[in-house]
Design a protein around this ligand. Structure first.
Ligand code: GLN
Length: 418
């Protein structure tokens, strides 16, 4: 059998690449020179399988889709607080090229609009980095996200620099306001270069899934940024990534995303998938018309909206076995343990009578334990032990990291139930 996913993506191409509506971006002259009928779509799974359909070999410039990744690098290099001091995280409700500054602080409203992205570019790399050093950090960073070195499209870069009057004005504004301390011309050059890397639709999906995994590129295995930084990037993508269409996008598509005026859109659904779409004709907001159609279709067909409740039908307590001779209770747990699963387990444990019996938690069928479930489970184990139960742990896969009960005791290690 062949997996049906590629056929499904080809169907998406047939359904979504029919329109003639929309206009090519022409404020960057070179962008008006592309074939408007190109179309490609891609999806990359959490374990690094890449599916594509359409003109998947076509390269186009990354443009504003570089912004979340430059933001990620700034967060990595300067820390969340230092970046927040310079760039806010409020949706501007304005177009991408508007002068959207906070009234009191003078901070750009968010890192996804140009004025915020220009400022963010100045925060990549160590403080005091030269233009070349920043360029290098961006090149290395984008390569780590994509899993391959990307190349700058010099024609697009020169063409944009020739006409970047508005971006230069904005860089000068944030310089005058003391938000950036580097030379504004240098920053615009670096930012424009950052926007000029050539990517394919497959690169978009891999870069996106690297955010969806919490910062690890599943193809190379490289940890690019921390889970905290990825969360921050995805949060800002979901509120600001689609500029003045962000609310509409979140309610219909519901996937944290970023578009670029070259016609690409990338989307990252945390814990599930990274998606790329490419088709150069744009709507009035500067988003690919067919790209939007593609995301709408994928979201509804595949139920990818982030606000869909993730329904786990698995009872986190698979079974409870009581050994008649010793009185030992073994709770066999299963599935992913997050807040909801952990709460159900600790509620079940709370029903154990005060009979000083032995209680063993068997984690051999648990797939993953997050921090919240870990805290609740360890606290329940600590309380059981304080009340006089002997607490045992069977965890051959070490799903429960560092099972320290916090009262100087540790659970008794046991073999998993058969
Ligand atoms: N390089 C472009 C600019 O700054 C990026 C804009 C975009 O893709 N929305 O104008």
């Amino acid at each position: 059998m062949k997996t049906p996913v590629p056929d499904y993506l080809s169907e998406i191409r047939d359904l979504c690449s029919v329109g003639e509506d929309g206009e090519l971006a022409d404020y960057i002259p070179e962008l008006a020179a592309v074939d408007p009928d190109r179309f490609a779509v891609s999806a990359c799974t959490m374990d690094g399988v890449l599916y594509t359909a359409g003109d998947a070999g076509t390269e186009f410039t990354i443009q504003s889709m570089s912004k979340p990744f430059a933001y990620a690098l700034a967060l990595r290099d300067r820390g969340v607080d230092a970046v927040l001091e310079k760039v806010a995280v409020e949706p501007s409700g304005d177009a991408f090229n508007q002068i959207s500054l906070e009234r009191d602080s003078g901070r750009p409203r968010n890192p996804m609009i140009n004025i915020g992205a220009i400022t963010t570019h100045s925060l990549v790399g160590p403080p005091g980095a030269s233009e070349d050093e920043r360029d290098q950090v961006v090149a290395d960073g984008l390569a780590a996200f994509a899993g391959r070195r990307l190349e700058v499209d010099d024609a697009v870069l020169d063409s944009e620099l020739d006409t970047a009057f508005r971006n230069r004005a904005m860089a000068n504004l944030v310089r005058a306001g003391g938000i950036i301390d580097s030379d504004p011309d240098e920053i615009v050059r670096g930012y424009t270069r950052q926007c000029s890397y050539r990517v394919t639709v497959g690169d978009l999906a891999v870069m996106a899934v690297t955010l969806a995994t919490g910062g690890t590129n599943p193809i190379t295995g490289e940890r690019v940024i921390s889970p905290r930084a990825s969360r921050q990037v995805l949060a800002v993508m979901s509120t600001c990534g689609m500029y003045d269409a962000a609310g509409d996008w979140m309610s219909t598509v519901g996937i944290p995303a970023k578009s670029g005026v070259s016609g690409g859109i990338l989307g990252a659904l945390p814990g599930q998938v990274g998606i790329g779409a490419f088709s150069p004709r744009l709507d009035a907001h500067g988003h690919s018309v067919e790209g939007i159609r593609t995301f709408e279709r994928l979201s509804s067909d595949m139920e990818l909206h982030i606000m869909n409740p993730t329904i786990s039908e698995i009872d986190p307590v698979r079974s409870v076995r009581v050994d008649r001779s010793t009185g030992r209770r073994t709770f066999r747990l299963q599935g992913p343990m997050t807040f909801a699963g952990g709460e159900k387990v600790v509620r079940t444990l709370a029903e154990i009578p005060d009979d000083f019996s032995e209680v063993t938690l068997d984690f051999s069928r648990v797939s993953v334990v997050n921090g919240s479930a870990r805290r609740m489970l360890l606290e329940a184990m600590r309380r059981l032990s304080a009340e006089g139960h002997v607490v045992g742990l069977a965890d051959p896969g070490r799903r429960l990291p560092d099972p320290d009960l916090g009262d100087g005791t540790r659970p008794v290690f046991r073999r998993a139930a058969r």
